[in-house]
Write a protein that binds this ligand. Sequence first.
Ligand SMILES: [Zn+2]
Length: 285
Amino acid sequence: MSADESIRPGGSARLAGVGPPGAVGGEAKLEPPNRPGGAAVWSPSVTPPIGVELSEEQALAVAFRHLAEIGFAENMAGHITWQPDGRTEMLVNPWGLWWAELTASDICVVDTDARVIRGRWDVTPAIHIHTELHRARSDARVVVHNHPYYVSLMASLQSPPELVHQTGALFLDDLCFVDTYDGEVDTAARAAELAERIGGANVAILASHGVIAMGRTLAEAVYRSATIERVCKLAYHVMLAGRTPTPMKRSDMAGMQASLIERAADVYWAGAARMTIKTDRQVLD
Ligand SMILES: [Zn+2]
């Protein structure tokens, strides 16, 4: 696979048979139109709320705890940054605390050049991955980065996950594989280069390293983060099974993608927040 190729169905030899309309097998072939999905088909009249009004710091602390709980965090590595709409500063976790132990009062605030402007702890230069993505992508209000196990496994195999199960539709035309590893991204210049390679994708898997997931909201970014780890775990086990999966139709995946991001992301987040707060209310301190 070439550098930084967006992962589309059919984007690798293992996925032959599914691809952009008219491109299957190199022969002209009409795909059915995309199935509608998401809010265009159905929206709930009511959804279960979090039940607590959360400050930005509290919401972010809950996000760290939840992603740690589901195995997304390699102890204290990685960051979540949140640049709220209309503002330039970013809320972020400090260096040295595990995601599983963060509380709201641990959250720091950095400016666009990664200088700490509020908070009681320090932040590592690796934060440049985030500052430069926020600079390049006005739609990416939340950026999550860590080294979850199954994403890291696929990243180490240089093998981005095949999208062979409906949950993988979330990443249709929205997953970038950065296929070179060149050490720590610890300067703004290196991070800006990485952001350029990622382009408009909301999720990027970094060879031999980990993953970056983005969203317009905290809910979207957390949902994409949790889901890419699950998709990589499933893809790895499909590889172990040693059989060729039956590809999904691109037209079906398009509708499912809309349903996942428009219907599932917010309710996933609300449930994650409820359970996290119930487990340890001190996360809000
Ligand atoms: Zn990293």
